[in-house]
Design a protein around this ligand. Structure first.
Ligand SMILES: Cc1cc2nc3c(=O)[nH]c(=O)nc-3n(C[C@H](O)[C@H](O)[C@H](O)COP(=O)(O)OP(=O)(O)OC[C@H]3O[C@@H](n4cnc5c(N)ncnc54)[C@H](O)[C@@H]3O)c2cc1C
Length: 409
C-alpha cells in the first residue's frame, strides 16, 4: 500500500493487485488490534533490532523513518501516541482504522485497487520486467513492486507467493522460518502453569549451556510452552538453534531485581516475620497463586510445613528456583502463530538505495518478503513502510529519468 501510494502520488499510473477482498488484512490485526505503527528508538538502536541484516535498511530508513511515519499518518488524520518502550500507536487503538485511512489515501492518490485478483506470475524478457499475470489479465508494465508479505498468518493473504515469483526470476531465497513465535517446552511445567502470566521477570536463552540472550518484561505459560513478548523476542535465536539441533533452554528469573544475597535476605525476613505461617501461605507473597502448587512440588517441601521450620538447604532450593525456573525448549509453533517470518529474498540481490532487484530490471521489493525480520515494538511495520516508500519512489523516479538509472554493479 505504501509503495503503490507513493508511486501514484509522484505521478505513476498504478495498479495494486490484491489477492484478498481488501488490502491490509494483516495490518488490521497488528498490535493485538491496536497497531504498533513504529517506534521512536534512535536509528542505531532501531537498526540493531533487525540483527545482522539491519544494515540493509539503513538507506530506506534514511529516506523514510519513524518521524516520517508519524507525520504521514498525522496527515491522514490519525492521532498518534507513544507508549512504554517507545512504541507508537494510534490514539484510538484502532488498527482497522489505519488500514481504512491508507485505503482512502490510495484512492485519493489515484491507485486502482484490484481486489480478489492474485498475481500468478511475473512476465520477464531479457532480464527486464514486462508485466504481471493474473487469472483474468496480463498487465503489461515495466515496473513491478513485489510486496506480497511472507508466510506468517497465512489467513491474512501472505502465503509466500512472492518467494515463488522471485525464484522464477532467478532470485535466491534465504531459508524461511517462523520468528517472533511461541516456543514448545518439554515436561509438565508449562502445562501445569498454563494461563499464568508474569510481569517484570527476565527470561534467559541458553544454547548448549551458553547464555545467548536475555529479555526483561512480560511472558505467559501456555498448554504447550511459553509465549508473550519476552519469549517472542528471543524466539528467532531459539528457532535457529533448534534447527541446528542444539540444546535450547530458557531460564526464568522471577525476581530479577534481587541478586542471590538480597533474595536470601528477603526469604529470611518472610520466614522470621511469618510466625507459624505455612510454607504455601508464605509463597503467596512471592509468587502468583497459580505457581504455588508447582513450587511446592519442585522444591519437595510440604505445603503445610511451617515456614519457620524450613532448613537452610530448603531455603536455598526455593531461592534457586525463584532465580532460575528452567525449561527445555523442544520446538516452536507454526507460521499460523508466528508474528513474522525470518529469511526471504537475499538482501545481497536487492539494491538498498532503491529496492530494485539486482537481477531483473524494473522489479522492486518491499516488506517482509525480503530477508529482514525485526523485534516486536513497531520495528517490522516501519521496515515495511520504509522499504515500500523507497520502492514506490524509486520505481517512479527511474521511469521519469530512465537515463539517470544506472544498473547497479
Ligand atoms: C498478529 C500480528 C501482529 C503484528 N503486529 C505488529 C505490530 O503491532 N507492529 C509491527 O511493527 N509489526 C507487527 N506485525 C508484523 C507486520 O504486520 C508485518 O511485518 C507487515 O504487515 C509486513 O508487511 P508486508 O506489506 O510486507 O506484508 P503483508 O502485511 O503480509 O501484506 C502482503 C499483502 O500481499 C497480498 N498478497 C500476497 N500474495 C499475493 C498475490 N499473489 N497477489 C496479490 N496480492 C498478494 C496479501 O493478501 C497481503 O495483503 C504483526 C504481525 C502479525 C501476524
Amino acid at each position: 500500500m505504501m509503495a503503490a501510494g507513493q508511486a501514484a502520488s509522484e505521478g505513476a499510473n498504478c495498479i495494486l493487485l490484491e489477492k484478498m477482498s481488501i488490502p491490509g488484512r494483516k495490518l488490521s490485526i497488528t498490535g493485538k488490534g491496536r497497531c504498533n505503527l513504529t517506534n521512536i528508538a534512535e536509528l542505531p538502536e532501531f537498526i540493531s533490532r533487525f540483527g545482522k541484516n539491519g544494515r540493509f535498511l539503513r538507506q530506506a530508513f534514511h529516506r523514510f523513518f519513524a518521524p516520517d511515519t508519524i507525520e504521514f499518518f498525522g496527515q491522514l488524520g490519525v492521532d498518534i501516541k507513544t507508549e512504554r518502550g517507545g512504541r507508537v500507536f494510534p490514539v484510538n487503538d484502532n488498527a482497522p482504522g489505519i488500514t481504512e485511512a491508507m485505503i482512502r489515501w490510495l484512492k485519493k492518490c489515484g491507485v486502482t485497487i484490484k481486489a480478489n485478483e492474485p498475481a500468478l506470475g511475473l512476465l520477464i524478457e531479457n532480464d527486464s520486467i514486462v508485466g504481471v499475470r493474473t487469472e483474468r489479465n496480463k498487465y503489461r508494465t515495466d515496473r513491478v513492486i513485489l510486496a506480497t508479505g511472507a508466510l506468517s498468518y497465512p489467513a491474512t493473504g501472505s502465503t509466500g507467493d512472492g518467494y515463488r515469483f522471485s525464484k522464477s526470476a532467478g532470485h535466491n531465497l534465504i531459508p524461511t522460518r517462523p520468528a517472533l513465535v511461541p516456543l514448545i517446552t518439554t515436561g509438565e511445567i508449562a502445562r501445569k502453569l498454563q494461563g499464568v502470566s508474569l510481569r517484570n521477570v527476565s527470561a534467559t536463552l541458553w544454547i548448549d549451556g551458553k547464555r545467548q540472550a536475555e529479555r526483561f518484561g512480560e511472558m505467559l505459560f501456555t498448554h504447550f510452552g511459553l509465549s508473550g513478548p519476552i519469549i517472542l523476542s528471543i524466539s528467532s535465536q531459539a528457532v535457529d538453534a533448534l534447527n541446528r539441533k542444539r540444546r535450547v533452554e530458557i531460564a526464568i528469573d522471577l525476581k530479577p531485581a534481587l541478586d542471590n544475597t538480597k533474595l536470601d535476605n528477603r526469604l529470611l525476613r518472610e520466614i522470621q516475620s511469618g510466625g507459624k505461617r505455612k510454607f504455601q501461605t508464605m509463597l503467596k507473597s512471592l509468587l502468583p497463586s497459580g505457581m504455588i502448587p508447582l513450587f511446592c512440588e519442585l522444591t519437595g517441601i510440604e505445603p503445610d510445613k511451617a515456614a519457620n521450620q524450613l532448613s537452610g538447604q530448603e531455603r536455598k532450593k526455593l531461592r534457586d528456583l525463584l532465580k532460575s525456573l528452567r525449561l527445555t525448549v523442544s520446538g516452536h509453533r507454526s507460521y499460523n502463530e508466528s508474528i513474522i517470518t525470518a529469511g526471504g529474498i537475499n538482501t545481497k540481490e536487492i539494491d538498498p538505495r532503491t529496492m530494485e532487484s539486482r537481477l531483473v530490471r524494473g522489479l522492486y521489493f518491499a516488506g517482509e518478503l525480503i530477508d529482514i525480520d525485526g523485534d516486536t515494538g513497531g520495528y517490522n511495520l516501519q521496515a515495511a513502510f520504509s522499504t515500500g516508500w523507497l520502492a514506490g519512489r524509486s520505481a517512479i523516479a527511474s521511469l521519469l529519468a530512465p537515463s539517470a538509472q544506472k544498473r547497479p554493479s
